[in-house]
Design a protein around this ligand. Structure first.
Ligand SMILES: NC(=O)c1ccc[n+]([C@@H]2O[C@H](COP(=O)([O-])OP(=O)(O)OC[C@H]3O[C@@H](n4cnc5c(N)ncnc54)[C@H](O)[C@@H]3O)[C@@H](O)[C@H]2O)c1
Length: 360
């Protein structure tokens, strides 16, 4: 049986504990850590976790671990993951795994010198329908991808940003692009493959935050698909939507924080009814959740493969975010590969600074 620990026993740690429990005898949650030791102790009691440690250093010292789940606020993700890699322990880190492209590259370099691997939590890549969609594309059933859109229209009121780690470049690395829409456009990237260039706008419309509370982008993919991406925390009727128009069918999902097959629809183009039949060959009621990703993570460990989502895949998504901010704040088109160490958007997502900050 694999042995896991959780660092950071706040809100999302519950989803990790549920996923670990659902994995049955494949993995045991043996210890937890939180800077708030009382919170860690209460969490350990609730989830029957045998041990609470005062910090990650002690945890890594005392326990024999296969994986550390990093569930702390974004700023601490990379430092904690680096500590795990130094101890040759695998890490399953919550999104975003880093607050800059530079931090991602530090992780990639550290992973080369470790037997540990870093996987990022992007649980919506792992729902059954996402697997099916990628398979039908690979099999040529859907034809060429032409148009797509990713809408993350969520609502977060002012009180949501009272939590000290929310709403600043320093603590979160960005606004809804980095923290919310990331789920949807990461899934879009996992379906459509490499993106090529991006034109974006970001705005701070309403919330008392340093970062944007809205961003919009037009994206061209290497396969020629043109897509729009919206990331908002200002939208009272909340929805998470992806739409893909292929030559042979439109494939759509509309959900909020997790989808099952019931949230997907497939509409065939004239003469392509077979696409709907192929889609319906499999059916599932499984929710795209931490449980799906943990199962894939454990499968990879069992077969000696790099657990998903790998740092290379995560880098594509993080570079997309850096490029979105660079495009929005410079008013230019930004191409994949353009943001290297010399770019101001490499070390921080804020780059040259948001227009609303510079206007003050
Ligand atoms: N995958 C998803 O669907 C999803 C959903 C919500 C949040 N998240 C991500 O999960 C992360 C945590 O979010 P949350 O809402 O659970 O936050 P939270 O504030 O509820 O919990 C964070 C916990 O980490 C602890 N902590 C902070 N720094 C620490 C450190 N250095 N060492 C140990 N413990 C530390 C805090 O005391 C707190 O208990 C964020 O990165 C967030 O973006 C992911």
């Amino acid at each position: 049986m694999r042995r896991a620990a959780i660092v950071g026993t706040g809100a999302i740690a519950t989803s990790h504990a549920e996923a670990l429990r659902a994995a049955g005898d494949r993995v045991e949650l043996v210890a937890v850590v939180d800077v708030d030791e009382q919170r860690a102790t209460a969490f350990a009691q609730e989830w029957n976790v045998p041990r609470v440690h005062p910090g990650l250093a002690t945890l890594l010292d005392v326990e024999e671990l296969d994986v550390v789940h990093v569930c702390t606020p974004p700023r601490s993700h990379t430092p904690l993951a680096l500590e795990c890699l130094a101890a040759n322990v695998n890490v399953l880190v919550e999104k975003p795994p880093a607050v800059s492209l530079s931090e991602i590259d530090t992780l990639i370099a550290a992973e080369r010198g470790s037997t540990g691997r870093v996987a990022t939590v992007f649980q919506h890549r792992f729902g059954p329908a996402a697997h099916r969609l990628r398979r039908l594309i690979a099999d040529g059933v859907l034809g060429r991808s032409l148009v797509a859109k990713s809408d993350t229209l969520w609502y977060r009121d002012g009180a949501y940003f009272d939590v000290p780690w929310r709403g600043t470049w320093e603590s979160e690395g960005g606004g809804p692009t980095m923290g919310h829409g990331i789920h949807q456009f990461d899934l879009m990237l996992s379906v459509l493959g490499p993106w090529q260039e991006i034109r974006a706008v970001a705005a701070r419309q309403s919330r008392a935050v340093q970062t944007e509370d809205l961003s919009m982008a037009l994206v061209t993919f290497a396969d020629g698909t043109v897509a729009s991406v919206i990331n908002s925390v200002l939208s009272p009727r909340e929805t998470s939507q992806l739409r893909f128009d292929f030559e042979n069918a439109t494939v759509e999902v509309e959900h909020l924080y997790g989808y099952t097959d019931a949230h997907w629809t497939v509409t065939s183009a004239p003469g392509h009814d077979d696409v709907v039949a192929r889609w319906n060959e499999e059916q599932s009621t499984v929710v795209s959740s931490h449980g799906c990703q943990l199962a894939a993570f454990l499968d990879a460990l069992d077969s000696d493969e790099t657990p998903p989502v790998t740092l290379a895949d995560t880098r594509t998504t993080m570079e997309f975010i850096a490029a979105l901010y660079a495009s929005a704040f410079t008013g230019t088109v930004v191409k994949a590969g353009q943001i290297g160490p010399d770019s101001p958007f490499y070390a921080t997502m804020e780059g040259i600074g948001a227009p609303w900050a510079n206007a003050r």
